[in-house]
Design a binder for this molecule. Structure first.
Ligand SMILES: Cc1cc2nc3c(=O)[nH]c(=O)nc-3n(C[C@H](O)[C@H](O)[C@H](O)COP(=O)(O)OP(=O)(O)OC[C@H]3O[C@@H](n4cnc5c(N)ncnc54)[C@H](O)[C@@H]3O)c2cc1C
Ligand code: SF4
Ligand code: SF4
Ligand code: SF4
Length: 419
C-alpha cells in the first residue's frame, strides 16, 4: 500500500488496518476505535487494557507479550466490523410517558425509564450510564427501582464501559434478564462480544440511542472541577420554564440548584455545540443511519410538530424505533405510555444523526492540544467554543422568556408576513 504524504493524509486509518492484518490483534486500530471495550472482554489472555490518551479518551493497549494473536479482539470490534446486527426498523412511534415526573427526569419522552421499570419490577437487571461523584460517567448495573433515576437523562460525555461486559456475561450466563441501554457502538460491541463468547442472548434486550457523538471524560472532569468545584446531581437536559426539550446544564452546589442556559454560557457545553470536542470515531460513525443495532432505538423526536397536538402540552416526545420482534413485544406490553405511529422515514431524514455522522470541524485538529497543552486551560481553547449569532441570541431570549403558544403565534405571524 502506497502511503500518502504528511500533508495529504486524511487519517482514514486504512494503513493501520493493513498493520492489523499483519499482527492479527487490535493494537493498531487507532482513531477508528469507539472505546466500547468489547476487545478487552473477549481477550482470552487478558492482555488488553483501556488507557487514557492525551485528549482524555480511552483506547485499548496490549500491555505485555502474552498475546497469542488469536484475532478475537479484531472480530469483536464494532469499529472494524460495523455491518453486523443492523436491522431495518419495523415501525416508529412518537411517544411519551403518561407520568410527568418520569418524562421531566429524562431527556425527552422518558421511554427508557418506562422500559427499565418493567425490567426492575420483574427482578431483572438494567444497565445504563450513571454519573459518579467524581464526575466520571460509568455504565453500571442496577436491579432496584430506587437506582433508576441516576441512569435517566442524556449525559454529553463518553461513558466508561470498564468491566460492564464481564458483568453482563455473568448475568446472562446465570439466566438473568438484562436490559442494556447505550450508544449504538456500545450496543454493537456488547453483541459482538456475546457472540464470540457463545453466550446465549435470549434474555438480553438492547436499546440504542440516536447519537451525535461524545466528548472526552477528562475534559468534562477537569471542566467541572475548574469551573464549579464540588457539585452533584448534574443534568445536561434540565427542563426550564418555557422549554420542554431544550438544552440546559443544571447541578446542585452548596444547597442551591444552579441552571445554566443558554448553554453557550458554559465552556464545556459551548465546545460540545461547536462539535470540536467529540471522539474521533464519532465523525466517521457507521451507526448514524436508519438501520439500527438495538431492539429499540430512542431519540428526541425531531418531527414533533407533526404530532404535538395528539399529546399533552407539557410533554416532550421521543422517537421510538421498534427494530426487532423482541422490541415489538416489549413496546407492545409497555404501561403508562402515550404513543402514535410516526412517519419513521421522515424522522430519519430530519433527525441528523439518523442519516449522517456529525461533521468534523477543521478546528478539531488543534482543540485538545490547546486545551491540555499547559495542564488544563480553557483560556487557551476559548476560540473554539460556539458563539451564538445575534439572530440566535434573539431566538434564545424568546425561547427563555415566552410560552410555546406565544412562540407558535409569533411564528405564524412572521410566516404570514413573508407570504
Ligand atoms: C451523547 C448523546 C448524544 C445524543 N444525540 C442525539 C441526537 O443527536 N439526536 C437525538 O434524537 N437523540 C440524541 N440522543 C438521545 C436523546 O437525548 C435521549 O437519550 C433519547 O431520546 C432517550 O430519551 P428518553 O427520555 O427516553 O430517556 P433518557 O432517560 O433520556 O435516556 C437515557 C438513556 O441514555 C443512556 N445514556 C445517557 N448518556 C449516555 C452516554 N453518554 N453514553 C451512553 N448512554 C448514555 C442512559 O443510560 C439511559 O439509558 C443523544 C444521547 C446522548 C447520550
Ligand atoms: S489477538 Fe487474542 S490474545 Fe492477542 S490481544 Fe487479541 S484477543 Fe488478546
Ligand atoms: S473492540 Fe471497541 S474498544 Fe476495542 S478496539 Fe474495537 S472499538 Fe476499540
Ligand atoms: S457517534 Fe457513533 S462512535 Fe460516537 S459514541 Fe455515538 S455511536 Fe459511538
Amino acid at each position: 500500500m502506497e502511503l500518502a504524504s504528511k500533508d495529504s493524509c486524511t487519517d482514514c486509518g486504512n494503513c493501520r488496518l493493513e498493520q492489523i492484518s499483519k499482527l492479527n490483534n487490535i493494537s493498531a486500530v487507532g482513531k477508528k476505535c469507539c472505546g466500547c471495550t468489547a476487545c478487552v472482554n473477549v481477550c482470552p489472555q487478558k492482555v488488553i487494557y483501556m488507557v487514557e490518551n492525551s485528549e482524555g479518551f480511552y483506547y485499548p493497549k496490549i500491555v505485555d507479550k502474552g498475546c497469542i494473536e488469536c484475532g478475537l479482539c479484531i472480530k469483536s470490534c464494532p469499529a472494524l466490523n460495523s455491518g453486523e446486527f443492523k436491522n431495518k426498523t419495523l415501525v416508529g412511534y412518537a411517544a411519551t410517558s403518561q407520568d410527568i415526573t418520569t418524562s421531566e427526569n429524562s431527556s425527552s419522552g422518558g421511554i427508557f425509564a418506562l422500559i427499565a421499570r418493567e425490567f426492575l419490577r420483574n427482578n431483572s437487571w438494567v444497565i445504563g450510564a450513571k454519573m459518579e461523584s467524581d464526575y466520571c460517567l460509568k455504565h453500571v448495573a442496577i436491579n432496584h427501582i430506587e437506582e433508576l433515576e441516576g441512569l435517566q437523562g442524556s449525559k454529553y460525555v463518553q461513558s466508561n464501559m470498564d468491566g460492564i461486559i464481564d458483568k453482563i456475561s455473568e448475568l446472562l450466563s446465570n439466566g438473568s434478564q438484562v436490559l442494556f441501554s447505550g450508544t449504538p457502538c456500545q450496543v454493537s460491541g456488547l453483541k459482538k462480544a456475546m457472540k464470540i463468547k457463545g453466550i446465549d442472548v435470549k434474555n438480553l434486550v438492547t436499546i440504542d440511542i440516536v447519537c451525535h457523538g461524545v466528548p472526552s471524560p477528562k475534559f468534562f472532569r477537569e471542566h467541572v472541577k475548574f469551573k464549579y468545584g464540588k457539585v452533584s446531581n448534574i443534568k445536561f437536559r434540565h427542563r426550564t420554564k418555557h422549554e420542554l426539550n431544550g438544552y440546559a446544564l443544571g447541578f446542585q452546589k452548596s444547597g442551591n440548584y444552579k441552571i445554566i442556559q443558554p448553554t453557550n454560557r458554559d465552556f464545556y457545553y459551548a465546545c460540545f455545540s461547536s462539535q470540536v470536542s467529540l471522539r474521533e470515531s464519532c465523525y466517521n460513525c457507521a451507526y448514524t443511519t436508519a438501520n439500527r443495532v438495538g431492539d429499540i432505538t430512542l431519540g428526541d423526536l425531531s418531527t414533533h410538530r407533526l404530532y404535538d397536538s395528539y399529546f399533552k402540552k407539557d410533554r416532550a416526545l421521543s422517537i421510538v424505533g421498534v427494530n426487532t420482534e423482541r422490541g415489538k413485544h416489549l413496546f407492545g406490553n409497555l404501561k403508562n405510555v402515550d404513543f402514535i405511529k410516526a412517519d419513521y422515514l421522515k424522522e430519519c431524514s430530519v433527525n441528523a444523526q439518523m442519516n449522517h455522522p456529525t461533521a468534523r470541524p477543521d478546528e478539531r485538529d488543534n482543540f485538545y492540544i490547546a486545551l491540555f497543552q499547559n495542564g488544563y486551560s480553557e483560556k487557551n481553547a476559548d476560540e473554539y467554543k460556539y458563539r451564538y449569532s445575534f439572530k440566535e441570541n434573539v431566538k434564545n431570549w424568546i425561547t427563555l422568556n415566552t410560552t410555546p403558544s406565544f412562540r407558535n403565534k409569533l411564528k405564524k405571524l412572521l410566516k404570514s408576513n413573508e407570504n
